[in-house]
Design a protein around this ligand. Structure first.
Ligand SMILES: [Fe+2]
Ligand SMILES: [Fe+2]
Length: 187
């Protein structure tokens, strides 16, 4: 049965494919924030306002669900598998979780300054610098982070997790987004 999260439709047997689609959205919205952060000191045009609003909303509402998909649905399942290849990937999982924590205060800065911008407030030069610097740090971190997830963790999960585990993961992902109807669990 197909599962739709965002604009993509994937089969429920492919939860890491759904997570990969989330990465493309992370990159797209970081790109939008970076572009807006580079604007001259002038009021936002209506389309820039919309782009900033959408990007902030993505990182406020959707991105934390992607983090939960990984930390609550994917990583614990990998950690339970008694396999030497998985054991050697555990360090990578710990570092990925550290990245998630590290990013939180930077996202908070972008959200706080971005909301002020959306409300029509002019930003000080210092606030603009803080916004740009936070977006640049996040962009650099996500580039390496996503590379590890897509090169190491997701292929390993796709290969090693059972159909039943993948189905349960996809169900948790749709439940996390309150998507209906719930998909069936493979037993
Ligand atoms: Fe991650
Ligand atoms: Fe991810």
């Amino acid at each position: 049965m197909p599962v739709q999260i965002g604009a993509s439709v994937r089969d429920f047997s492919d939860p890491t494919g759904l997570m990969t689609d989330c990465h493309r959205r992370v990159e797209m919205f970081l790109g939008a924030l970076s572009k807006i952060g580079g604007l001259d000191d002038r009021p936002l045009t209506p389309s820039e306002h919309t782009d900033l609003d959408k990007a902030l909303r993505y990182f406020r509402e959707a991105a934390p669900k992607h983090t939960a998909d990984e930390e609550e649905s994917l990583f614990p399942r990998l950690r339970r598998i008694p396999d030497t290849e998985v054991k050697s990937a555990l360090d990578a999982l710990a570092r990925l979780e550290e990245d998630h924590r590290w990013a939180a205060p930077l996202h908070a800065q972008v959200e706080q300054i971005g909301q002020q911008w959306l409300a029509g407030g002019r930003l000080s030069a210092e606030q603009k610098d803080t916004f740009r610097s936070a977006v640049a740090k996040l962009t650099s971190m996500y580039r390496a982070h996503i590379e590890v997830e897509e090169r190491l963790v997701f292929p390993l999960a796709a290969r090693i997790l059972s159909k039943k585990e993948k189905s349960a993961m996809a169900r948790e992902m749709t439940d996390r987004r309150s998507l209906a109807p719930p998909i069936p669990v493979v037993r």
